[in-house]
Design a protein around this ligand. Structure first.
Ligand SMILES: [Zn+2]
Length: 560
C-alpha cells in the first residue's frame, strides 16, 4: 500500500463524518469517482485493511483553518481532515483534492503528510448587486453597472447566478458574498433568498444581505413588503428624509459621469426619526430569523444625507456639513455612529457568529477627523474602509500599521471600489486582469494589520481575466505570503497549458487592458496567436485561450 511515503487509494473506502459534512463528502466522491465510498458511523469498527477518511469540525480552530493528516500506521491509510467552523472541513477537502493528492492510473495517490493552514485575512468577501451579477450566462437580462436598476432576468436567474458563485467561492476559499438587491419580488422574494442561504451554508460560504439605513430600499429592496422602504414611506410619508441636495454620487476615477434618475429606488428616510431606526431594527431581526444568513452588510447609504433641522442638530459639532461640499462625500459618519449600534444588536439577534459589516464609505482612512465620530461603535463589527483607485495608490504608500492600530474601530477591512465597473476608462476595470492588484491589496491589508478584504465579484469566471483574478483573491487573501511566481506556477500555469503559456497569456491580457486603443495589426496578431495556442492545449485551457482570441477579435471588429 505504501510506496515512498505515498498511500494509494483504490476500490472500497470508508468515510466518517459525511453526515455532518455532506458537501465535503460529495466533493470527495465527485473528484475521486472511481472509489467506492462506504459510510462509517464508527471509525473504530472500520477493518484495518480498509482505507478511511475522517471529516471532523474543530471548534478550537479558527474559522476556515484546515488540517490534513495522512497516516499509514496499520494496514491501510487513514486520512484525517479537520477544520475550523463554517468552512474549515470543506477547505480541507478542497486542499486535499486540488493540491495534496493526485489521480493516476493505479488510483488516488496521497503523500504521507501533515498540512496545516490558517487564513491570514479572516474576512474574504465578494461584494455584488443582484442585477449586475452575471454568472449564469445562458439567460437574458445581463446588466453591468448601476445601483438603482430593475431586474431584467427570468425569475430563476437570481439563484442560477448566485449558486454558481457559491460553488466557486466554496472551492477557492472565498468566505462570503455580500448581495445588494437580496430581496426582490421579481426574483423569488423570501423563498429564493432562503434557498440561497441554505445552499451556501452547506458549502461553507456566508451570504450577507446588503442593507442601508433608511436608503437603498431598507431591508427588502424591491416589492410589496412591510420592510421595503418605498412601501413604508408610502404609508408614512412624514418619515421621508429632506435631502441636502439631489440624489447620487460621482467618481473621479471613472472617466464618465453617472446618472441617477429619481424613482422608488432612490427614496430615503430621515435617520433622526427613532421610528425609522426601530423599523430598520425590526426588519433586521426579521431578516436574520427568516433566512438565517451568514451575516449582514450595513451601510448608511452613499447617495446623499438628510439635511433636516433635527439631523443638523444631532450631528452638531461632530461632523461639518462642509465635508460634503464639492461632492467630496455623500454620506455621514455621525449618522452611522448614532444608528449602527442598535442595528448591530438587531443583526446579532441571529447569533454571535454572524458577520456584521459596517461600511465606513470611501477614501477617508488616512483622515483622523473623518473617524472621530466613530468612537462609540461596538466591538465585534467588521469596519469596512472603501478605496477608489487613486486613494489606493496613495494609501499603499502612506498607510501604516500605526494608522490601523489607532482607528477607533476594530476589526478593519479594505473594500476595493476599483477593479470593477466603478473605476477606469469607458471599458471600466470590470473585465480587466485584476489579479495583481488583488494580490497587492491582500499583502498590504495583512502588513498593516487589517483582518480582511472585500472586492467585486460580479462577472462570470468564464472571462478568464475574472477567473484568474478571483483565484488570486482567494489564494492571496488566505495566504498573503504567497509569491506572485508561486501563484503563476501553481495556479495559473496548470490552467493555461504550462508555465511559458501562462506568461504569454498574462502578458497579452495586460497589454489589452493597458491600451484602450491598439492598432488592428496588433489585435489580429494577438487573436491569431491565441487561436494557435488553443489548438495546442486540452480541456478547460481551450476555453481560456479561445476567450483571449475572442477578446482580441471583438476589439479588432471595433477597429481599436
Ligand atoms: Zn433628517
Amino acid at each position: 500500500m505504501s510506496q515512498h511515503g505515498h498511500a494509494t487509494l483504490s476500490g472500497r473506502i470508508a468515510i466518517y463524518g459525511g453526515d455532518a459534512h455532506p458537501h465535503a463528502a460529495r466533493r470527495l466522491a465527485e473528484e475521486w469517482p472511481d472509489l467506492e465510498w462506504q459510510s462509517a458511523p464508527d471509525p473504530a469498527l472500520v477493518p484495518e485493511t480498509m482505507p478511511l477518511v475522517e471529516l471532523l469540525e474543530r471548534a478550537d480552530m479558527p474559522e476556515g483553518a484546515l488540517r490534513i493528516d495522512v497516516q499509514l500506521a496499520g494496514g491501510a491509510p487513514i486520512i484525517r481532515v479537520a477544520g475550523g467552523p463554517y468552512s474549515g472541513v470543506i477547505y480541507g477537502v478542497e486542499e486535499l483534492v486540488q493540491r495534496v493528492a493526485s489521480v493516476g492510473p493505479a488510483g488516488v495517490s496521497v503523500p504521507v503528510v501533515a498540512v496545516e493552514r490558517t487564513p491570514k485575512l479572516a474576512y474574504r468577501t465578494f461584494w455584488t448587486w443582484d442585477h449586475s451579477t452575471n454568472w449564469e450566462l445562458s439567460q437574458v437580462g445581463h446588466q453591468e453597472i448601476g445601483v438603482f436598476n430593475p431586474y431584467g432576468k427570468p425569475p430563476g436567474g437570481f439563484l442560477k447566478d448566485y449558486k454558481r458563485m457559491v460553488d466557486f467561492c466554496s472551492r477557492h476559499q472565498i468566505a462570503a458574498i455580500v448581495i445588494y438587491g437580496f430581496f426582490r419580488d421579481s426574483h423569488g422574494g423570501v423563498e429564493a433568498a432562503k434557498e440561497l442561504t441554505r445552499y451556501a451554508r452547506e458549502r461553507g460560504v456566508r451570504i450577507l444581505p446588503g442593507v442601508a439605513i433608511g436608503a437603498y430600499g431598507g431591508v427588502y429592496w424591491e416589492g410589496d413588503h412591510r420592510y421595503n422602504l418605498a412601501t413604508y414611506l408610502r404609508d408614512n410619508p412624514e418619515m421621508a428624509a429632506d435631502m441636502e441636495r439631489g440624489v447620487g454620487f460621482q467618481l473621479a476615477d471613472l472617466s464618465f459621469p453617472l446618472n441617477f434618475p429619481q424613482s422608488d429606488y432612490t427614496r430615503t428616510a430621515c435617520p433622526s426619526e427613532p421610528a425609522n431606526i426601530q423599523w430598520m431594527a425590526d426588519a433586521l431581526e426579521w431578516l436574520v430569523e427568516t433566512v438565517e444568513p451568514g451575516g449582514v452588510n450595513i451601510e448608511g447609504g452613499d447617495y446623499g444625507v438628510c439635511g433636516c433641522p433635527r439631523c443638523v442638530t444631532r450631528r452638531g459639532e461632530r461632523e461639518a456639513a462642509s465635508r460634503r461640499d464639492n461632492d467630496a462625500e455623500f454620506w455621514s459618519h455621525a449618522d452611522m455612529a448614532d444608528n449602527f449600534p442598535k442595528l448591530f444588536d438587531a443583526a446579532r439577534s441571529g447569533g454571535d457568529d454572524l458577520w456584521v459589516y459596517c461600511e465606513l464609505q470611501w477614501d477617508n482612512l488616512l483622515d483622523p477627523a473623518a473617524h472621530a465620530p466613530l468612537e462609540a461603535l461596538p466591538k465585534g463589527g467588521i469596519y469596512q474602509h472603501t478605496f477608489n483607485r487613486a486613494y489606493w495608490e496613495r494609501a499603499k504608500d502612506e498607510l501604516t500599521a500605526q494608522h490601523v492600530h489607532d482607528l477607533p474601530t476594530q476589526a478593519n477591512v479594505i473594500r476595493s471600489q476599483f477593479a470593477c465597473q466603478w473605476n477606469g476608462d469607458e471599458r471600466t476595470e470590470r473585465y480587466a486582469f485584476n489579479a495583481p492588484v488583488f494580490a497587492d491589496l491582500a499583502k498590504t491589508s495583512a502588513d498593516v494589520g487589517m483582518q480582511g478584504l472585500t472586492v467585486w465579484g460580479e462577472p462570470s469566471p468564464y472571462h478568464v481575466s475574472a477567473e484568474l483574478s478571483y483565484l488570486a483573491f482567494g489564494r492571496f487573501g488566505f495566504d498573503p505570503t504567497l509569491s506572485w511566481a508561486e501563484f503563476m506556477r501553481g495556479d495559473v500555469a496548470p490552467r493555461l497549458g504550462g508555465e511559458a503559456e501562462a506568461e504569454v497569456f498574462v502578458a497579452r491580457m495586460t497589454e489589452l487592458d493597458a491600451n484602450q486603443v491598439l492598432p488592428v495589426e496588433r489585435l489580429r496578431a494577438i487573436r491569431d496567436d491565441a487561436l494557435d495556442a488553443a489548438r495546442g492545449v486540452t480541456g478547460e485551457a481551450i476555453r481560456r485561450w479561445s476567450w483571449l482570441a475572442d477578446r482580441a477579435n471583438q476589439r479588432l471588429y471595433m477597429g481599436q
